[in-house]
Design a protein around this ligand. Structure first.
Ligand SMILES: Nc1nc2c(c(=O)[nH]1)N[C@H]1C(S)=C(S)[C@@H](COP(=O)(O)O)O[C@H]1N2
Ligand SMILES: [Mo]
Length: 519
């Protein structure tokens, strides 16, 4: 049956092509693999509304969903190509080549790409075309004279099936080899992280105050363990940077003494330790994209001063610091903010460990009081001084604001939405944040009634979130709990609900619960 053979042949050819592309990419650059490159190009091209929708719907699995989506589309295209090829083989082969060129263009469009990044897609397309040719001509081969059915498609089903199986097994083998080679390629980075011993802080952070963690079941722990820390970035392949070859370049407008530092040179400077809560601008009211960690790093303001930079308030011309990562991401931070004395860090340690690869090993930025997309560059490779007028960083080109201080927010962690509760005393609790201004008060109300003051966890400074708890005498029925915070300047969190774009969501977090009747 030609149709089934066409479909199977198309799929097998695509698998062979992708497997050889992955294998080639493992030797060239993992980011140059066609599915990854096309995915990354799609991430860059995705309209902001679609991106926010995907984050809402899929959360941190958005990258997995994107990759699976590309694979499903490719599989459909492969079936179509196979069906075309059994009728018009040259057309099927041309289409395969076309997809190879598409993958190559996507790979070459990546910010840090070189011409070699085109190779995986081109090799993949060549292999896919060859396999397609082989399978289609094999399927068309005339049957032996003794065969009962002598139609054009009479290569027996078992013979064709064996051929397809052989292609699938070879492709699986190539995929496996690609994985092995890929792991080998990043082995240096993995070893450099394993060897990396965190230096002692010159200025250690005081211990977290005893009462900062209220230990209410269901509330986010005061310090977020690294494995639970939210992750937001555009990297479909987590960059694995070798600490031994890592370099940071500091240059640009008003940099009297440009610097290039390796890790040892960076760490020769005083190291400070500071608890800082990081939040994402894409976090909706009540959302999960906030985490609090103990960071260890070098003060960025001091380093800039060493390079001869003056903040705008002291006559410096550059008002924007553009951080660039090894994967070409750019984030723009106000120079004034990193030089005004707050703990703006080039961090190497997170909760007593070297940064995890997914959180920016070996060096990232952290600036208290600013959303991650305007401050927290991971896998940092370059700092360039310029102006906001002259340059728009990655997210700014995608409808986000140039400058974005964190907005005061509070979240109910417990009870969970739609919880079914017993009547009586219920601990309503959560966290509130207004980094670099601090949290002064948190209030809760039930069903739009009067605001009641919650008890706050001990303060660990203005740069971290605070836990809060309010004892509620719950009565039978459906109820809505709401929370609002007041920051250290006395400003009350606004109840006006706005979305995340362009500079962070506002509004009060509300949770609906049901309280059972007694008895
Ligand atoms: N290189 C790079 N750095 C990045 C990003 C990115 O996409 N690439 N995303 C930023 C955003 S939007 C946020 S909120 C923080 C999140 O840091 P985390 O993943 O360690 O929580 O990293 C920032 N740094
Ligand atoms: Mo973010």
């Amino acid at each position: 049956m030609p149709l089934a053979r066409g479909a199977a042949g198309g799929l097998a050819a695509a698998f062979a092509g992708l497997a050889s592309a992955e294998l080639t990419a493992a030797a060239v650059r993992p980011e140059a693999a066609p599915v990854t490159a096309v995915g990354a190009a799609l991430v860059d091209l995705t309209p902001v509304a679609v991106r926010e929708w995907a984050i809402r719907l899929f959360g941190t699995s958005d990258k997995l969903v994107l990759t699976l989506g590309i694979i499903v589309v490719l599989a459909l295209v492969a079936v179509g190509t196979g069906l075309l090829a059994v009728r018009r083989l040259p057309a099927g082969i041309a289409l395969t080549g076309g997809f190879g060129v598409l993958g190559a263009v996507a790979a070459l469009s990546r910010p840090e790409a070189s011409w070699r990044d085109a190779l995986p897609s081109l090799v993949g397309a060549a292999v896919a075309a060859a396999v397609l040719y082989l399978l289609v001509t094999a399927a068309r081969r005339p049957p032996p004279a003794w065969a009962p059915d002598r139609g054009a498609w009479a290569m027996d089903r078992r013979g064709f099936g064996r051929l397809v199986a052989a292609v699938v097994v070879a492709s699986a083998g190539a995929t496996w080899a690609g994985r092995r080679l890929g792991a080998h390629g990043s082995a240096g980075a993995t070893a450099s992280r394993a060897r990396f011993v965190l230096p002692r802080p010159t200025v250690p952070a005081p211990p977290v105050p005893a009462g900062a963690d209220l230990r209410v079941p269901g509330v986010s722990p005061f310090l977020t363990p690294n494995r639970d820390f939210y992750r937001v970035d555009t990297a479909l392949v987590v960059p694995r940077v070798d600490a031994d070859t890592w370099r940071l370049r500091i240059h640009g407008e008003g940099v009297a003494r440009p610097l290039t530092l390796d890790l040892r040179q960076l760490l020769a400077r005083p190291l400070v330790e500071q608890d800082i809560t990081l939040t994402c601008v894409s976090n909706e009211v009540g959302g999960p994209y906030a985490g609090n960690a103990r960071w260890l790093g070098v003060r960025l303001g001091d380093l800039l001063r060493e390079a001869g930079v003056r903040p705008p308030s002291q006559g410096g011309r550059a008002d924007q610091l553009v951080a660039r990562s090894v994967d070409g991401m750019t984030l723009g931070t106000p120079v004034e903010a990193v030089m005004d004395g707050r703990a703006a860090l080039l961090a190497v340690g997170m909760n007593g460990e070297p940064l995890p690869f997914s959180h920016g090993f070996p060096v990232r930025m952290v600036v208290p009081g600013l959303y991650g997309y305007v401050s927290a560059c991971k896998w940092l490779s370059e700092l360039r001084l310029t102006t906001f007028a002259a340059y728009d960083a990655y997210w700014v080109r995608r409808s986000w604001a140039q400058q974005a201080p964190v907005k005061t927010q509070s979240r109910i962690d417990t009870p969970r939405p739609y919880a079914d509760l017993a009547p009586g005393r219920v601990a309503v609790a959560g966290v509130a944040w207004a980094q670099h201004r601090g949290i002064e008060r948190v209030e809760v109300r039930v069903d739009g009634g009067p605001w009641r003051q919650a008890r706050l966890g001990a303060s660990d400074g203005v740069d971290t979130w605070r836990q809060w708890v309010w004892p509620w005498e719950a009565t039978a029925g459906r109820h809505t709990l709401e929370v609002r915070a007041t920051d250290g300047t006395g400003a009350v969190q606004t109840g006006v609900a706005t979305g995340t774009v362009p500079d962070g969501a506002t509004g009060w977090h509300a949770v609906d619960v049901n309280v059972r009747a007694l008895g």
